[in-house]
Design a protein around this ligand. Structure first.
Ligand SMILES: C[S@@+](CC[C@H](N)C(=O)[O-])C[C@H]1O[C@@H](n2cnc3c(N)ncnc32)[C@H](O)[C@@H]1O
Length: 206
């Protein structure tokens, strides 16, 4: 398990990274990738959406171009402070400070649950995916973006030491173990040579 697959360490990491997150993020996860992923959800504008690990609100902002209100949850007070500065506290984002593995919502609460760039910090990703499936309505969709596993052995060793990187076979295993049956993976990349994202879009059976 990587050093940052730990809730306390991830919180400390984001205490510092939150200061520069919005300037660094576009090198590996940019608007074109985010908007392409949002397009896979084929939103009609009426969906109730949760963004798990919303951070400073980069994906939340893209989702808000499609729907009037988005729920945002993150465990980092520092990341959330940056998001509050963008959207306000009583505005279009309903914020929750909490843990992806213990989501404070009832069963079948959301039409869509989105999470980009957060799964790699979750110590028990299958537990969190189960939680996400629990709170998504039948017929609803789940979209998870994580870091694709590098091909090069040296990069694999470095990646494994830091956080969760996973390939399609591992994504299949995690999603199946969490009870998902219908899903597909897409590989995304900001530019040739930059780290790839693996984006899984799942549908909850009716
Ligand atoms: C790379 S940022 C992604 C932010 C945003 N989703 C985006 O697309 O730019 C990862 C976020 O996941 C949050 N996070 C990490 N572990 C978490 C957990 N167990 N529960 C909730 N949020 C978590 C971090 O605090 C951080 O804000």
């Amino acid at each position: 398990m990587g050093i940052l697959e730990h809730k306390g360490r991830a919180r400390i990491f984001y205490k510092y990274l939150s200061q520069v997150y919005d300037r660094i993020n576009p090198f590996i996860w940019n608007e074109a990738m985010r908007d392409e992923a949002i397009g896979w959800l084929e939103l009609d504008g009426d969906e109730k959406i949760l963004d798990v690990g919303c951070g400073t609100g980069f994906a939340t902002e893209g989702l808000l171009a499609q729907v009037d209100t988005v729920y945002g949850l993150d465990q980092s007070a520092h990341q959330l402070e940056k998001a509050y500065a963008k959207f306000g506290r009583g505005g279009p984002v309903k914020f929750h400070r909490g843990d992806a593995e213990r989501l404070p919502f009832r069963d079948d609460s959301f039409d869509v649950v989105w999470s980009s760039g957060s799964i790699e910090y979750w110590p028990n990703p299958v537990d969190a995916l189960e939680e996400i499936r629990r709170i998504t309505k039948p017929g609803g969709r789940v979209l998870i973006v994580g870091p694709d596993y590098p091909n090069n052995t040296l990069f694999q060793k470095m990646a494994d030491a830091i956080m969760l990187f996973y390939d399609e076979a591992e994504a299949d295993r995690m999603f199946r173990e969490a009870g998902f049956t219908e899903f597909e993976h897409h590989i995304q990349q900001a530019r040739p040579g930059s780290p790839r994202a693996i984006t899984t879009v799942a549908t909850i059976p009716e």
